[in-house]
Design a protein around this ligand. Structure first.
Ligand SMILES: [Zn+2]
Length: 240
């Protein structure tokens, strides 16, 4: 194999590695944003549950006030009723008492409803409080890991690029130019093996004559269809 092909293969390996690392670096902030968004949603749910629970408690307290107030009014009305002079007066007191008794009964029913509604809310808040603390910790640790990973990736890219410079200094300028030209067009898959007479890059068959030449060529050859750098690996007999 021509040393230029070996160099082009090394360039390709480096470029593929850098592309993978750059992809990972780009994906890390998205991952962090994703878990932060989830945490935010869970925090908002907990806040909403806490607010609902507070509203529930406030309404219960108000209703308890209504009950105490109504009981006091009933007791006063009962005292006044004793002094009723006419049947109409008596009935009027009785009506007022019924009104406050009904208010008490309605308040008691509503308090029961509120107590029932508060039960799952209290459970949810208790559960979320614990879970959220763990989730916050997890998110912080994942963020730190993502930062470390991005830094390690950046370092690996810098090392790979330094190595690339060394290879570029050794490779024939014409081959490098061809490599870069194809890389810009097709991405990282520039150096391709020819298998069964076909370029594995573009999948097209080589001219038979050109394929024969490739088998013994000592210079760099390019696919006539896609201009990728091509090489041929002769079959190796299995060890006996
Ligand atoms: Zn091709």
């Amino acid at each position: 194999m021509s040393p230029d092909i070996a160099s082009a293969s090394s360039l390709q390996e480096i470029d593929q590695r850098c592309a993978t690392l750059e992809k990972e670096i780009a994906a890390l902030p998205r991952y962090v944003a994703d878990i932060e968004k989830q945490l935010d949603a869970h925090t908002r749910k907990l806040d909403a549950d806490k607010a609902a629970l507070a509203a529930n408690a406030k309404e219960r307290k108000n209703l308890e006030g209504v009950i105490v107030d109504s009981q006091q009014k009933i007791s006063r009305l009962k005292d006044q009723m004793l002094q009723a002079k006419t049947n109409e007066q008596y009935k009027a007191f009785q009506q007022e008492i019924t009104h406050f008794e009904s208010a008490i009964s309605k308040s008691e029913d509503r308090i029961l409803e509120l107590m029932e509604a508060a039960e799952p809310l209290t459970e949810a808040v208790k559960k979320s409080d614990g879970e959220l603390a763990a989730e916050k910790k997890h998110v912080e640790s994942q963020k730190a890991k993502a930062r470390d990973r991005a830094a390690a990736d950046q370092k690996a890219i810098a090392e790979a690029k330094a190595k690339r410079v060394e290879i570029v200094a050794k490779i024939s300028p014409a081959v490098y130019k061809a490599y870069e030209h194809v890389r810009k067009r097709v991405g990282v898959n520039v150096v391709c093996e020819v298998v069964d007479g076909r370029c594995t890059g573009c999948k097209l068959a080589l001219r038979p004559q050109y394929f024969q030449e490739l088998k013994t060529a000592t210079d760099v050859r390019y696919c006539e269809s896609c201009y990728r750098i091509i090489y041929y690996n002769p079959p190796v007999a299995p060890p006996v």
